[in-house]
Write a protein that binds this ligand. Structure first.
Ligand code: HEM
Length: 367
């Protein structure tokens, strides 16, 4: 469950056991850290923006930044978006109805996640076409496979995003709306709680996080269902299972596969001594298939309950967008199943993006 390795030039402790991953996520002596070293002289734009993102911060900054946005994403607030999300899903499906085939990623999951998060944050619909390229590039910069080329590209995209959001923030300052940007501007002006850079970084983080993993959850879930026709039949006949089903998709094909931490002091876990400064990689996907925690861990069981998977992390950094991701996925999968009689894969093994930290399909053509 804990071994020392060096996968793709990422030396450190690789943790695969459920209990071990959970123990480390609960232990605040394991700190979150920026993917790029502070000392590196290159990629200034990327480094500066990552340095102000809550996901890479520790206390007290983390608590302050998370508190400012947490209200927007509570289950109660998110539930109010249900009619809007349902309407968006219906429109997207109607759009492809006359076609023989659809690409679940580009025709459905991506535009859905994009429209929903854009509305929450306050990004105009017309600008969304650029976001696919931006999120794809930026996710590569925080992945463990990153190369000089992806970092250079990410640095360039950050510059574009920075200018884009600066302009949008100026517009919202002049005419505020009821979106996240306007709310953060108000908090920045009233309380001296948030720097300009943090405001920018929070917008970029939420937009990227809101796009990437939700698309992966919907894509992975549909693919999993198509590979398990008995379970698909069960879900079609018992729509009330959708809540449990989405939790099982999160466990079985976890969109976020790996998190990173650094030990702030010498710590012993399971008789393994982790030294101060050591990097620790938590393999959520592996922990979610640990036989010591889940009966028949490699079997997809949409009725599994309880299902304490770690797909959204655990503890202080537990995914802020989890209620939104759950709701979007439930509505998207349920509606797609209701509206398509007998969906089938066009290619038996669709291609995966070459990432280590994320389980992400390039495309998913179905008929
Ligand atoms: C944090 C997964 C959707 C916003 C996290 C973390 C995980 C995760 C594992 C913990 C990171 C860590 O501990 O280092 C997922 C998955 C999603 C999803 C699997 C979809 C299926 C979303 C959405 C949003 C979002 C839709 C945007 C609204 C965030 C933010 C954090 C976070 C802001 C940082 C929280 C903090 O540092 O306190 N997510 N996420 N996520 N997620 Fe998500």
């Amino acid at each position: 469950p804990i071994y020392h390795g060096n996968l793709l030039k990422n030396p450190g402790w690789y943790v695969t056991g459920y209990q071990e991953v959970l123990t480390i996520l609960k232990d605040t002596r394991f700190k979150n850290r920026m993917p790029l070293p502070q000392t590196s002289k290159r990629y200034e734009q990327l480094k500066n923006i990552q340095n102000s993102m809550m996901v890479f911060k520790n206390q007290p900054d983390h608590k302050r930044l998370r508190f400012l946005v947490s209200n927007v994403f509570t289950p109660r607030m998110v539930e109010q978006l249900r009619p809007d999300i349902q309407e968006t899903v219906n429109n997207l499906l109607q759009h492809v109805q006359h076609r023989k085939s659809m690409n679940v990623i580009s025709d459905f999951a991506f535009p859905l996640a994009s429209l929903v998060i854009a509305k929450i944050v306050g990004v105009p619909k017309e600008d969304l076409s650029q976001f696919r390229e931006w999120t794809v590039s930026l996710i590569q910069t925080i992945d463990f496979t990153r190369s000089r080329k992806t970092l250079e590209n990410g640095n360039h995209i950050t510059m574009i995003l920075r200018d884009y959001f600066k302009e949008l923030i100026t517009k919202r300052k002049e005419s505020p709306g009821d979106d996240l940007i306007s709310l953060l501007i108000k908090e920045e002006q009233e309380g001296d709680w948030l720097s300009d850079e943090e405001l920018l970084a929070t917008c970029i983080l939420i937009v990227i996080a809101g796009h990437e993993t939700t698309v992966n959850l919907i894509g992975n879930s549909i693919l999993t269902l198509l590979k398990h026709p008995q379970q698909m039949k069960l879900l079609k006949e018992n729509p009330s299972l959708i809540g449990h089903a989405v939790e099982e998709f999160l466990r079985y094909e976890s969109p976020t596969q790996m998190l990173a931490r650094v030990a702030s002091e010498d710590i012993e876990i399971n008789q393994t001594r982790i030294k101060e400064g050591d990097q620790v990689y938590l393999l959520l996907g592996a922990a979610n298939r640990d036989h010591n925690q889940f009966a028949d861990a490699h079997v997809l069981d949409l009725t599994r309950n309880p299902n304490h998977h770690l797909a959204f992390g655990y503890g202080t950094h537990f995914c802020l967008g989890a209620p939104l991701a759950r709701l979007e996925a439930q509505i998207a999968i349920q509606t797609l199943l209701q509206q398509m009689d007998n969906p089938k894969l066009i290619s038996s093994e669709p291609s995966w993006r070459k990432l280590m930290g994320f389980r992400s399909l390039n495309e998913l053509p179905i008929t």
